[in-house]
Design a protein around this ligand. Structure first.
Ligand SMILES: N[C@@H](CCC(=O)N[C@@H](CS)C(=O)NCC(=O)O)C(=O)O
Length: 316
């Protein structure tokens, strides 16, 4: 769909409500398949700003796959048409060390001839196969599940983020949070009618209220007792950790802040205390990206000073 404001392919809307595009590459890493679990075969393209891409870096870290899967990071500036570029001069970003492309679109073109002319825009994360030189998958939820399969195949640190007996509960929790929370912040922010905004923002806070109650006495979202760390926690974390920093102001998600929810704040702190997790959070990339990239929401690209409180309060 062509965006009538910019003339470019950007976002799809239905009755003023933002509709997220489906990911196009949906192959799987599986033993005996075209893409088997193998050391140093797969490469991630991520943005540190992006909550979906952040999930994949967290799974890579927590499953002990850092030495098995390489990655590159795009610049935090997303162009008005939704495209990403590589900029090794930008702190925290890299060149495309694998394919030498200047933009992520170039990577998509390598996997899908004519991508540029297809009217589509390449999203992050991208999981690339260095052997067959193509994209395996560009859907975060599926990528983290495949990383678990790689870890189970003996490439990881022996842990799992998706224990078989909890799989149904994990999927149900991820599903329950997807439309209302993960996508809900975008639906609130990109809404083009009052009613689209109202319904997104209330669904979002209703679900956050439910999650706050659910987390009473628990450490993690799923599992008996205080729960066990799973994919469901990663998927919620990457949205919540951006919430007070960006979504409250930029996406008008301002009925409450995460810091106003004691149990959800505790959950954030617990996630951030896991070894290496804080290092996956680039507050500057996150904040600068949103306030700079969505010109229609913030035409002068002014980056707000706050918040003065919260885990990211040391952000410049
Ligand atoms: N469903 C995808 C969503 C990925 C996504 O939308 N990524 C955003 C960055 S946060 C992107 O690359 N957007 C570029 C665009 O839509 O043009 C996933 O979970 O992996």
């Amino acid at each position: 769909m062509v965006d009538l404001q910019s003339g470019a392919w950007t976002k799809a809307f239905k009755d003023g409500a933002f509709v997220r595009k489906q990911s196009e590459f949906r192959d799987v890493i599986v033993e005996g398949g075209l893409f088997p679990p193998e050391d140093n075969r797969y490469h991630l393209y991520v943005s540190h700003a992006c909550p979906w891409a952040h999930r994949t870096l967290l799974a890579r870290l927590l499953l002990g796959l850092e030495k098995r899967i390489t990655y590159d990071v795009v610049d935090w500036r997303m162009e008005p048409d939704g495209s990403w570029t590589f900029n090794p001069d930008e702190p925290g970003a890299t060149a495309d060390s694998l394919n030498g492309e200047r933009s992520l679109e170039g990577v998509y073109n390598r996997a899908f001839e004519g991508w540029t002319h297809s009217g589509k825009v390449g999203t992050v994360p991208v999981l690339w196969d260095k052997q067959l030189n193509t994209i395996v998958n560009n859907e975060s939820r599926e990528i983290i599940r495949m990383f678990d399969a790689m870890a189970s195949a003996g490439l990881g640190n022996g842990s799992t983020l998706c224990p078989e007996p909890l799989k149904a509960d994990i999927d149900a929790m991820i599903d329950a949070n997807y439309e209302s929370v993960n996508n809900g912040v975008y639906k609130s922010g990109f809404a083009r009618t009052q009613s689209a905004y109202d319904s997104a923002v209330h669904a979002l806070f209703n679900r956050l209220d439910e999650l706050e109650a659910h987390m009473e006495g628990r450490h993690w979202l799923v599992g008996d007792g205080s729960g066990v760390l799973t994919e469901a926690d990663l998927c919620l974390f990457t949205t919540l950790v951006r919430f007070d920093l960006v979504y409250v102001v930029h996406f008008k998600c301002n009925l409450k802040r995460i810091i106003d929810y004691p149990n959800l704040s505790g959950f954030l702190e617990r996630m951030l205390a896991l070894p290496g997790v804080r290092d996956t959070c680039d507050w500057h990339h996150i904040k600068a990206h949103y306030f700079w990239s969505h010109e229609s929401l913030n035409p002068y690209r002014i980056i707000p000073a706050g918040p003065a409180v919260g885990p990211h309060s040391t952000a410049p």
